[in-house]
Design a protein around this ligand. Structure first.
Ligand code: PAF
Length: 305
C-alpha cells in the first residue's frame, strides 16, 4: 500500500515516532473502506466512527479520544456533505484542510480517515434519502429545510459503509443527536450513539468549525451566547423555575447586541423537542443566531426534578 504520508506529502513530528504500520491511513474509496472493515469484523474487533465535516477542533478531538478509549478501531469520516446545506448556505466556503485534520486525528488516536469525494458518495443518478419526521420540523429544521434529511442520509450511508459498533456525536448539535438516535431506533440499526458534552473555548464560546469565519469583533460579541446560557443555569440552580422568564432573559441579552439576529431561543423537552413550560426531566435551552453572516448554535441541558 502507498504510505499515507507519501500520498499527502510531508511527515509530522508525531509520524516520526510511529511506524508506517501505525500511521493513520486515509481511505477515499467506499470499496476499500468496506474491505478494511470486513477484515476487522472477521477478527471480532470493535469499530467506532466519529463522523465529521473536517476542519477539526478540540470538540472533535475529544470525540476521537473517547472513541479510542472504548474501541479497538477508530475511523474519522471527513466529508463536507452537500445535501445538508441549503442553497444560500456556506457549502462552497466551508473550511477544509485535510493535512491539518490528518495530523490532529492521528494525535488523538484515530486509525483511519475516511475521506470520500462527493461523486463517490453521491454518484450520478443518486436518488435515495433517509428522513426522520417530526423532530426535524423543530428548531434548526424550521430555518434549514432539508438539512436533517441530508444529515440522516449521509450518516446512514456512513453506518452502512463502516458498520460501527459505536458512533460519537457532540451535543452542541443536540437536535442532530436526537434525530440520529431516532433514526437508529426506528430503522433497527446496530450502532450505539454516544452523545458527548460540548467542548468550549476558555472564554465559553462553543467550539465549532464555523468559528473561524468570525471577525475579531464578532468573536467578542459571540460571548453573549454562552454567557446567557450559563446565567440561565445559575438562575435555575438558585431556584428559578419559570422557563419562559429564562428564555426571555436570554433573548433580551442577545438582542442588546445589534449585530446579532436571533433565529430562535427555546426551552424544549429532550424527547420530542416540544416546548417545555416546566422544569421536568431534561430541558434543552437551545439557541441559533446569525452574527453577521455566521450562523452559530449553542445550548445547555437543565436537569429537572
Ligand atoms: O455534525 C456534523 O459535522 C455533520 O452534520 C455530520 C454528522 C458529520 C454529517 O455530515
Amino acid at each position: 500500500m502507498t504510505p499515507v504520508c507519501a500520498k499527502i506529502g510531508g511527515r509530522s513530528d508525531i509520524m516520526k515516532n510511529r511506524s508506517s504500520e501505525d500511521a493513520i491511513k486515509i481511505i477515499e474509496s467506499i470499496a476499500k473502506m468496506k474491505a478494511r472493515i470486513r477484515k476487522y469484523k472477521e477478527k471480532n474487533l470493535s469499530i467506532a466512527l466519529v463522523p465529521t465535516m473536517g476542519y477539526l477542533h478540540k470538540g472533535h478531538l475529544s470525540l476521537i479520544e473517547k472513541a479510542k478509549a472504548n474501541t479497538e478501531v477508530v475511523v474519522v469520516s471527513i466529508f463536507v456533505n452537500p445535501t445538508q446545506f441549503g442553497e444560500n448556505e456556506d457549502y462552497g466556503v466551508y473550511p477544509r484542510d485535510l493535512e491539518r485534520d490528518r495530523k490532529l486525528s492521528e494525535e488523538a488516536g484515530a486509525d483511519y480517515i475516511f475521506n470520500p469525494s462527493v461523486e463517490e458518495i453521491y454518484p450520478r443518478g443518486y436518488n435515495t434519502y433517509v428522513e426522520v419526521e417530526k423532530l426535524t420540523e423543530k428548531l434548526c429544521g424550521k430555518s434549514r429545510p432539508g438539512h436533517f434529511r441530508g444529515v440522516t442520509t449521509i450518516v446512514n450511508k456512513l453506518f452502512n459503509i463502516i458498520e460501527p459498533d459505536r458512533a460519537y456525536f457532540g451535543l452542541k448539535d443536540a437536535q442532530q443527536v436526537l434525530v440520529i438516535m431516532k433514526m437508529v431506533e426506528d430503522l433497527n440499526m446496530n450502532t450505539e450513539i454516544i452523545p458527548c458534552p460540548i467542548v468550549r473555548e476558555e472564554d465559553g464560546l462553543a467550539m465549532s468549525s464555523r468559528n473561524v469565519y468570525l471577525s475579531k469583533k464578532e468573536r467578542s460579541i459571540s460571548l453573549v451566547l454562552s454567557k446567557s446560557l450559563f446565567e440561565a443555569k445559575d438562575k435555575v440552580n438558585a431556584g428559578e423555575r419559570n422557563l419562559a422568564k429564562i428564555v426571555a432573559r436570554i433573548k433580551a441579552n442577545i438582542d442588546n447586541e445589534s449585530e446579532i439576529t436571533i433565529d430562535y431561543v427555546k426551552a424544549v423537552n429532550m424527547i420530542n423537542l416540544e416546548n417545555a413550560t416546566t422544569l421536568e426531566n431534561k430541558v434543552l435551552i437551545a439557541l441559533a443566531v446569525k452574527i453577521g453572516k455566521v450562523r452559530l448554535i449553542d445550548n445547555i441541558i437543565l436537569e429537572g426534578n
